[in-house]
Design a protein around this ligand. Structure first.
Ligand SMILES: [Zn+2]
Length: 349
């Protein structure tokens, strides 16, 4: 219809985008519905290349990374560092695979330790825990547990979840020869998420914290975090307190201003919190009931139209909004005899 719609996926096209100053965007394919690619950013100098994020450990992604690096005059063996924004498989797993051959150094946010540990437990233990069955019971989504058990879904890639070489803490300055990047802890999408900020060049490698077209999933991480949305909103505010920068996201095209997008995201969550509050006011009590009463995606789809995986994400996201309302005193939470969370509008005092 419009150019915006027509070009919506232009950023996923294989190739290399030169962003100036030795920085290149290399989109790598993903086998996931909805999320077609992940951006890896190469920061090159005559001695080698450092990468922000790594892609998923699957052959098409590896080949496309190799081709992209070739195009700018490098080999996989020239990669010195992977600075990974967070633990999710589409950002971390290819780094682990390539390290076996090329001995590059992987850095990851210190607070991802808990997620890595929980992921290893899930992979080694009961496979169904991969989608947080225990959590779904608490959120009142018994239907989804039944459907999940019937599906026997396989994870998108079988990978080894190994530790990074280096755990980065908030505020660490990384000397990359051509520039200094500051690792900024931005919990929310995951508890250990980092963005990498170059204040001098005014660019922000934002990972999944600030995405141009979509809102990052909240409340869906292996170790679980009830206050994920609360943390996320604080981490958005943190971006406003830093000087504005060009937005280099992990999914979607490069945009001119981090601040502009952060303000849109804050406005989105304000509306979402208001809708969630209304739903509780209307008598929906469990996160599952509330999620079913809300509209989803930019297209305002009904909950029942979403695929199972999106429904699970949506229920988790709804729970995260309910917890923010509870922290603000707008709703209260109690627990049913079956262990399900029940919310009601706080009595006016
Ligand atoms: Zn991602």
């Amino acid at each position: 219809m419009s150019h915006v719609t027509a070009d919506r996926y232009a950023w996923t096209e294989p190739g290399v985008e030169d962003l100036g100053g030795g920085v290149h965007r290399i989109p790598l394919p993903l086998p996931m519905e909805g999320l077609k690619a992940v951006n890896v950013y190469a920061i090159a100098d005559p001695g080698g290349v450092d990468l922000i994020d790594a892609g998923i450990a699957l052959v098409p992604a590896r080949e496309q990374l190799e081709a992209g690096l070739h195009q700018i005059g490098y080999e996989l063996g020239d990669v010195r560092n992977f600075f990974v924004t967070h633990i999710h498989i589409d950002h971390y797993s290819l780094a682990v695979e390539l390290r076996r051959t090329f001995h590059s150094v992987i850095s990851l946010g210190e607070q991802e330790r808990a997620n890595l540990l929980a992921t290893k437990e899930m992979v080694n233990g009961n496979g169904t825990r991969f989608f947080g069955i225990d959590g779904l019971r608490r959120l009142g989504a018994l239907d989804l547990i039944t459907q999940l058990s019937a599906e026997r879904r396989q994870p998108p890639a079988l990978i080894d979840w190994e530790d990074p070489d280096r755990w980065l803490t908030d505020g660490t300055d990384l000397d990359l020869r051509t520039r200094t990047l500051r690792a900024v802890h931005t919990p929310g999408h995951t508890r250990g998420h980092l963005v990498y900020h170059d204040a001098t060049a005014a660019i922000m490698f934002a990972g999944d914290h600030v995405l141009p077209h979509i809102t990052p999933s909240i409340g869906f991480e292996p170790a679980g975090n009830r206050m994920a949305l609360h943390d996320y909103l604080s981490s958005l505010a943190k971006m406003i307190n830093l000087p504005d920068a060009r937005l280099l996201p992990a999914h979607g095209p490069v945009r001119g201003s981090v601040h502009e997008r952060v303000n849109e995201l804050l406005a989105h969550h304000d509306l979402r919190l208001a809708d969630t509050h209304q739903a509780v006011l209307a008598g929906h009590a469990t996160p599952y009931e509330v999620a079913q009463s809300l509209k989803w995606t930019r297209r305002q789809r009904r909950f029942a139209e979403l695929d199972l995986f999106s429904q699970i994400m949506s229920v988790n996201e709804t729970a995260a909004h309910l917890e923010v309302l509870a922290a603000r005193g707008q709703v209260t939470r109690s627990v049913s005899a079956e262990g399900t969370d029940l919310y009601q509008v706080a009595a006016a005092s």
